[in-house]
Ligand binder design. Structure first.
Ligand code: SF4
Length: 342
């Protein structure tokens, strides 16, 4: 059983104690007996204990920095939302293909932002710009926000904020099952709660430190029973021996557990495994024993932004994946929607 995340070490950035959440977190971590260090620096990486890069990387993943979000300009977040809402960055999980390894490369620690009201006010500006069109915000672009929210409740605050908004929608995805504190949030149906799921083999081999598939599914049932629109992101879809059977069993397990009455507004997003050359380098550095298949020659090159292309599966493999997963979805969840395959 994966326990809710507890940091080994906490840093508090200058200014964070001027916010109520900063003060609350300091008291909370003191009571929990966690070592707290004050810092004057914005970048903590030099302070993370460890004899070498690998140890520092591991320790960073259990270090929480309590800070202030200075940049209130949101990134875009296609294809699932218009904007990424930054409530936290970094994650305690050890998914070997996690893209945060490249995007947050120099700052692998977890950082939570205490100026939640300011972040939500910035979201309000973005909504006003697009009104009366709706604006969707993705809260899990830079972290697994659910996995740390039992400590901060920032996500809960955001859920309730969007619950009251006229044109805003919130969505996020998680690989953790620690959802209980979110069940009574006044979401008003405006938040789509998604779980990242995969074939059992993939989770067991490549997603260390995250909740097992069955726990994610049980948590999904709880949030759907609490009235949240529910979705699943099947990602990354990874070709391995027996993958057809592996993904079939995943759909069968979903079918076994999801009550009929929560299936009408169910969404699936399908994302095939991909990697870039910089990602391959960083994965092999952080997880030197990885079994992850990262052979460029077996893949199809897809041009990307800033000249950094991705290696995706060959066209015939992509067709095979789409056909199989589409068939499973039709067989078990014909009422649901596949939002995209990418
Ligand atoms: Fe990355 Fe998500 Fe895994 Fe965390 S749970 S390490 S954010 S893939």
């Amino acid at each position: 059983m994966i326990e809710p995340f507890v940091p080994q070490l906490v840093y508090i950035e200058p200014g964070a104690l001027e916010y109520p959440l900063g003060k609350q977190l300091k008291i909370k971590f003191e009571k929990m007996g966690i070592e707290i260090r004050k810092t004057t620096s914005h970048n903590q990486v030099r302070n993370i204990p460890g004899k070498n890069d690998l140890q520092k990387y591991r320790n960073a993943k259990s270090t929480l920095v309590v800070g202030i979000r200075k940049t209130l300009k949101f990134d875009t977040s296609k294809p699932s939302a218009e904007y990424a809402i930054p409530l936290a960055t970094g994650c305690m999980g050890h998914c070997q293909y996690c893209y945060l390894q490249t995007t947050m490369g120099s700052k692998p620690y977890i950082r939570t932002y205490v100026n939640v009201e300011e972040i939500l006010s910035a979201a309000e500006m973005y909504m006003k710009e697009r009104a009366p069109d709706e604006t969707r915000f993705e809260a899990a672009c830079t972290s697994d926000i659910v996995g740390i929210d039992h400590l901060t409740h920032s996500l809960k605050k955001a859920i309730e904020y969007f619950g009251k908004s006229d044109y805003g929608k919130l969505r996020f995805v998680t690989k953790y099952h620690h959802v209980d504190h979110l069940l009574d949030a006044a979401h008003q149906g405006k938040t789509r709660f998604r779980f990242s799921i995969n074939a059992d083999y993939v989770i067991r081999n490549f997603e260390h430190g995250t909740s097992p598939l069955i726990e994610r599914i049980k948590a999904a049932v709880k949030v759907a029973e609490a009235g949240y629109p529910l979705g699943f992101i099947v990602a990354p879809i990874y070709l391995h021996e027996g993958w057809e059977e592996g993904y079939l069993q995943m759909f069968q397990l979903l079918d076994e557990h999801l009550p009929k009455h929560i299936r009408n507004d169910l969404t699936f997003e399908l994302i095939q495994h991909r990697f870039t050359k910089p990602a391959k380098r960083v994965i092999q550095k952080n997880y030197p024993m990885t079994k992850l298949e990262l052979n460029e020659e077996k893949r199809k090159y897809k041009w990307g932004k800033y000249g950094i292309g991705k290696y995706v599966y060959q066209k015939n493999e992509q067709d095979d994946i789409q056909q199989h997963l589409h068939n499973y979805q039709q067989q078990y969840f014909p009422e649901s929607t596949i939002e995209y395959f990418t």
